[in-house]
Design a protein around this ligand. Structure first.
Ligand SMILES: [Fe+2]
Ligand SMILES: [Fe+2]
Length: 408
């Protein structure tokens, strides 16, 4: 098979990306296209990309809505160490072991043993600087370059092919194909927040998770905390399903925003919020064991285990040892007496993050813009109502929290 690999940040994915995939398939140069969202980009504050799972799942939605066959998403970079370099990704992908497993997962097991050729689908704009990329010769040893050219694009592919071949001392396999369609840039879309060139499925995803909000939740967060947050997102990818992973990341971002608003530490809020549900999908007996270690009082109901277990997991997974962060994670489900502002923030963000729809949250969200406790009072009352309706007993720690809030 001729396999076309299409990597990118996809922050966000736009119609220009989709027309490149379409063009590559129509050109006959590839039989299937494999879309690979980058996991770890070189960290640059000010140009920081959305956490990898957002970009991965948004791209998945858009690609699956547009292409019914022959296009597949690949999460290879979530399982690779360090910065995502194209040369390393291609090398790993083309390796027999990875490739066979991947093709089987895509329902192409019958073709797995065939001979395959690979190309890296890219825009013509990369050619003038391609020989300055990380290990360009390694890229070309494994894959050719399949370059998209729009009408009017004046890049001289033959000239570039000759120049790159000479610079690297190899006979570079560089071919081109023509594409129509829009020319869009993700960076401009992010900055201007004009979403005309975003496919509908991606747009819906952006709205659900408020992915490019007008108020930047990370504006007051330090670089180190941002890095921990981005790495946490990748570390949690194998252990949480899509919905829960995005929920816990959303909680991190909203917690950081609340921290800026209500005078808590935005670094700690981001990390505590982002990791608060990290233990929720691990084996329930293991959750209980960890919960017993961290806070035996929270083992009265299996639904509570993941909170104290989450504190232990956060330490294991990301080396978090800050007690304020670990406390906020431990008590995010029940609350407790004498909650700190950080504890309250994570508790509330968990209930109000943008993808939450369990009840009418309009008033709570409105109050959360100015008055943390007022919003919490409404929120905890709603939680209590839910428990009353289901005949579930409120944990004594929640009753203490309610007393502090003046609800009872
Ligand atoms: Fe939770
Ligand atoms: Fe949660």
């Amino acid at each position: 098979m001729k396999i076309g690999l299409f990597g990118g940040s996809f922050d966000p994915i736009h119609n220009g990306h989709l027309s490149m995939i379409e063009g590559a398939l129509e050109s006959g140069c590839v039989d299937i296209a494999v879309v690979i969202p980058t996991a770890r980009n070189p960290f640059k504050r000010g140009r920081m990309l959305s956490a990898a799972p957002y970009r991965f799942y948004m791209t998945k939605r858009a690609v699956e809505a547009r292409f019914k066959k022959n296009v597949f998403l690949c999460d290879i970079e979530f399982f690779m160490e360090g910065i995502s370099y194209t040369a390393n990704t291609i090398e790993k992908f083309c390796g027999e072991k990875y490739l066979k497993t991947f093709l089987k997962e895509c329902g192409l097991g019958k073709k797995a043993d065939e001979d395959h050729s690979f190309c890296w689908i890219c825009g013509s704009d990369i050619l003038p600087t391609f020989d300055k990329w990380y290990k360009p010769e390694k890229i070309l040893q494994n894959a050719g370059l399949l370059v998209a050219q729009r009408p009017g694009d004046s890049t001289d592919i033959e000239y570039e092919k000759k120049r790159i071949s000479e610079a690297l001392g190899i006979d570079a396999d560089i071919r081109s194909f023509e594409i129509k369609g829009v020319e869009a840039a993700s960076s401009a879309i992010r900055e201007e927040k004009v979403f005309d060139d975003i496919p509908e499925a991606a747009l819906e995803f952006i709205k659900t998770h408020d992915l490019y909000p007008s108020e930047d939740p990370l504006s007051e967060v330090g670089d180190e905390a941002c890095s921990v947050y981005l790495d946490s997102a990748i570390a949690m990818y194998p252990i949480l399903g899509e919905k829960r992973l995005l929920h816990t990341l959303n909680t991190g971002l909203l917690s950081a925003l609340y921290a800026t608003r209500f005078g808590a530490d935005p670094d700690k809020a981001l990390i505590a919020g982002a990791l608060h549900d990290c233990a929720k999908e691990i084996d329930i007996d293991k959750q209980k064991k960890m919960a017993l270690k961290r806070c035996p009082e929270l083992t009265t109901d299996p639904k509570l285990y993941h909170s104290p277990a989450g504190a232990i997991m956060a330490s294991k997974l990301m080396g978090i040892d800050d007690e304020e962060i670990l406390e906020a994670i431990t008590f995010h489900t029940t609350g407790k007496k004498d909650m700190t502002v950080l504890d309250k923030i994570v508790f509330l963000a968990d209930k109000l993050e943008p993808s939450r729809t369990y009840t009418d949250l309009t008033l709570m969200r409105e109050l959360s813009k100015t008055d943390l406790d007022a919003s919490l009072i409404l929120c905890v009352k709603a939680v209590k109502n839910k428990f009353d309706m289901k005949g579930r007993e409120i944990h004594p720690y929640t009753l203490e929290f309610m007393k502090d809030l003046g609800i009872i």
